[in-house]
Write a protein that binds this ligand. Structure first.
Ligand SMILES: [Zn+2]
Length: 387
């Protein structure tokens, strides 16, 4: 019995990653006979966890086959992201599609009004999709541990319990609610359903107000001793004279942020560094020579740092997200040249694939949803018959 339950969880996960797969695909992937697979499918259909689409005759020997899809009344998760300037909340169904999304600029810079706004939006979604939501995940910038945002210098928040962003509801038991660092969430998105699928050691770098990231080995996040590995923005690849909000000097992030763009353009430190960086990248896209020079300088800083990380870590894939994706896409040859110049001879024979991530600015939201799903499979199976 317990074995069957695990197969049910595995089939839910497979359908989540590849909605539209056939029973034959599923049997092959699960390594089970078609009879066993059919039994599991029938049960998951009856429990409104999966549905089957229209039959097509693309199956082997022309036999009609029906694709496995999320059930229209099936399970959902809530995913939210808090950035330095706004919040977003999204309802995600099995398979990763977004059913609804809301968001707004922060009503104030203190945590309570922001978390209250997210909570109100979540409550609205719980009413709109009654008894379907099975978990919730929140991505936030800064160091997150055990559901608490310990330190987010750019938001100015310390010791905030992020779990209070979710309303108390039987749909959201404590074990179904989580919070994570935004860049680590984005790395999860890449490794589960983005460009890092299949990589041995993937490095993801996410640049927003600060630079963060994560490593995944064979799809598994490297946590570190306290769950906060990946603070690559605080490696000393920057100007040793420059101090960083983290308390250290010479951090790499200070060579990539909006203030770095402003220095390159000989302008004052911007009030909103992220918006400033976007504006410089917009100007560069229109061919503005000064902006192009600034972009080249910051893109070189990005490539040099990536080289250092690849030298140390032996990554086979590097994905960049958020502002780093825009920077890479604006000057891919510059980033690549700096990466090559900084690479050990040893690494030059096996250079990593370097690419923008699949999700752009959505990486943290997609990843927050994936972290919730990854904890949900067994619970979904256990809940069968309960509704
Ligand atoms: Zn720092």
């Amino acid at each position: 019995m317990s074995n069957r339950r695990n197969l049910g969880s595995e089939l839910l996960r497979l359908t989540h990653l590849r909605p539209g797969l056939t029973r034959a695909d599923a049997a092959r992937e699960l390594g089970t006979g078609t009879g066993t697979t059919a039994e599991i499918v029938v049960r998951l259909l009856a429990d409104h966890l999966l549905s089957e689409g229209e039959a097509s005759s693309e199956g082997r020997r022309g036999r009609p086959t029906r694709p496995l899809l999320p059930h229209p009344d099936g399970p959902l998760v809530l995913a939210a992201e808090i950035t330095h300037e706004d919040w977003r909340l999204r309802v995600v169904e099995l398979g990763g599609a977004t059913l609804a999304e809301v968001g707004a600029p922060h009503p104030s810079h203190s945590p309570d009004p922001v978390l209250t706004a997210v909570r109100a939006a979540a409550r609205t979604m719980l009413r709109r999709f009654p008894r379907r939501v099975r978990g919730a995940g929140l991505a936030a910038p800064g160091v997150v541990r055990d559901g608490h945002l310990l330190e987010a210098p750019l938001l100015g928040w310390r010791d905030v319990d992020l779990r209070t962003a979710w309303p108390r509801s039987p749909d959201l038991p404590a074990e179904a609610v989580l919070a994570g660092n935004d860049a680590r969430c984005a790395a999860t998105a890449e490794s589960v359903r983005g460009r890092a699928v299949g990589a041995r050691l993937a490095l993801h770098l996410h640049l927003d107000a600060g630079l963060g990231g994560a490593l995944t080995t064979d799809g598994e996040l490297v946590d570190g001793a306290h769950g906060s590995a990946g603070e690559f923005g605080h490696l000393p690849f920057g100007d040793p004279a420059r101090s960083c909000g983290c308390g250290a000097r010479g951090c790499w992030g200070t060579a990539l942020d909006g203030a770095a763009f402003a220095r390159s353009l000989q302008q004052d430190e911007p009030h909103d560094p992220v918006a400033f960086s976007h504006r410089v990248l917009d100007r560069a896209r229109r061919g503005d020579v000064e902006a192009l020079r600034a972009v080249a300088e910051i893109a070189t800083n990005l490539g040099r740092g990536i080289a250092g990380l690849v030298n140390a870590l032996d990554a086979d894939l590097v994905t960049v997200g958020g502002l780093a994706a825009r920077l890479h896409d604006a000057a891919p040859d510059t980033v690549r040249a700096a990466l090559e110049e900084g690479s050990m001879t040893l690494r030059r024979s096996t250079p990593p694939v370097l690419t923008s991530g699949a999700f752009g600015a959505d990486g943290p939201l997609v990843g927050a949803a994936e972290l919730v799903w990854s904890r949900s499979w067994k619970r979904l199976e256990r809940s069968r018959g309960a509704g």
